[in-house]
Design a protein around this ligand. Structure first.
Ligand SMILES: NC(=O)c1ccc[n+]([C@@H]2O[C@H](COP(=O)([O-])OP(=O)(O)OC[C@H]3O[C@@H](n4cnc5c(N)ncnc54)[C@H](O)[C@@H]3O)[C@@H](O)[C@H]2O)c1
Length: 286
């Protein structure tokens, strides 16, 4: 078993609030776009709009980084990209293993956006013997029998689970036993992990359900407007019993022993924008 891994994010010891950490990737994405256009400086208002975050919150977030900008000039784009990347631990290489190389796992392996952000897909694992030896995204798929060895050999720090739900917990247990302390779970199941292991869950169907809720509400508002034009008593709209799904940001629970991950955060904003809290879309309680 691999022990004593040293891949720990630098921000843990600096007291940056988890909500701020969750917004840093949003700022980074907006800043990277500015950097690619060779924009040298940006005001807090412009950057806040680009990141979908309230500008007072942005200034507060950046104060945790010790970055206050220059009055009348704004923030230096390149320096902020560096600062946020360093804070998120993106200035170092993070080898990732993807377990379950079906439709989703193969798509993730082929996604170029990981490598460009410092997440190198080091290994692909699948339980299907017919998958072993196949090349996906230029990497040879290895059989899950060798999972622990692969993790040790590649000094893997993050495990991505893209197996069917029923396999996710056993896979998670093996990843944790092999020394992995960060897991990104795509399987539609809640994982139990020991203290010290961070799990984030991505579920696009949850996001669609949130959009469906908003669609339904918009339709309800339209019906209300229509109803106002109708004769009294006609076209009454019944209140929907559906409650909005909440919690799009994961924070691991802190109970003792094995415990499912807890939740913090709120709903995503409308129009695909993060809410005013800058929550990260498509991520939910693990
Ligand atoms: N989070 C999302 O938004 C989202 C979107 C699509 C799919 N999913 C989920 O992702 C998972 C994969 O979906 P898919 O369409 O790629 O399925 P798939 O059937 O195409 O692929 C699953 C792969 O996992 C492998 N596998 C099964 N058990 C395993 C184990 N114990 N160890 C290693 N590999 C194992 C299978 O051999 C297969 O290759 C499912 O749980 C699905 O519900 C999530």
């Amino acid at each position: 078993m691999a022990t004593g891994r040293t891949h720990r994010p630098a921000n843990r010891s600096r007291g940056i609030p988890e909500a701020t950490v969750a917004r840093l990737p949003l700022y980074l994405r907006a800043l990277t776009a500015l950097s690619e256009r060779s924009v040298p400086t940006v005001s807090s208002e412009e950057l806040a709009t680009a990141a979908g975050v309230n500008s007072a919150k942005l200034r507060k977030d950046f104060s945790y980084l010790g970055s206050y900008g220059t009055r009348g000039v704004g923030y230096d784009v390149e320096y902020l990209v560096y600062q946020i990347s360093r804070e998120l631990g993106l200035t170092q290489d993070w080898p990732v293993v993807i377990v379950g190389i079906g439709n989703l796992g193969a798509a993730l392996a082929n996604y170029g956006g990981f490598a460009s952000r410092g997440f190198r897909v080091a290994s692909l694992i699948d339980a299907d013997p017919e998958m072993a030896g196949k090349v996906v995204a230029g990497i040879e798929v290895q059989h899950s029998d060798g999972l622990e060895q692969v993790i040790e050999d590649n000094d893997v720090s993050i495990g991505v689970i893209a197996t069917p739900a029923a396999s996710a917990q056993p896979v998670c247990d093996r990843l944790v036993a092999a020394g992995i302390t960060s897991i990104l779970n795509f399987a539609p199941t809640v994982l139990s992990v020991p203290d010290g292991v961070d799990v984030r869950k991505v579920d696009l169907s949850i996001e669609l359900q949130i959009l469906a809720f908003h669609e339904q509400r918009k339709a309800g508002e339209l019906s209300d407007e229509d109803a106002e034009e109708l004769p009294q008593g006609a076209g009454e709209v019944t209140a929907s019993p559906v409650a909005p799904p909440a919690a799009s940001v994961t924070k691991r629970g802190s109970g003792s022993g094995k415990s499912p991950a807890g939740a913090s955060g709120g709903t995503s904003g409308r129009n695909g924008e993060p809410g005013s809290d800058g929550d990260v879309p498509a991520v939910m309680p693990a």
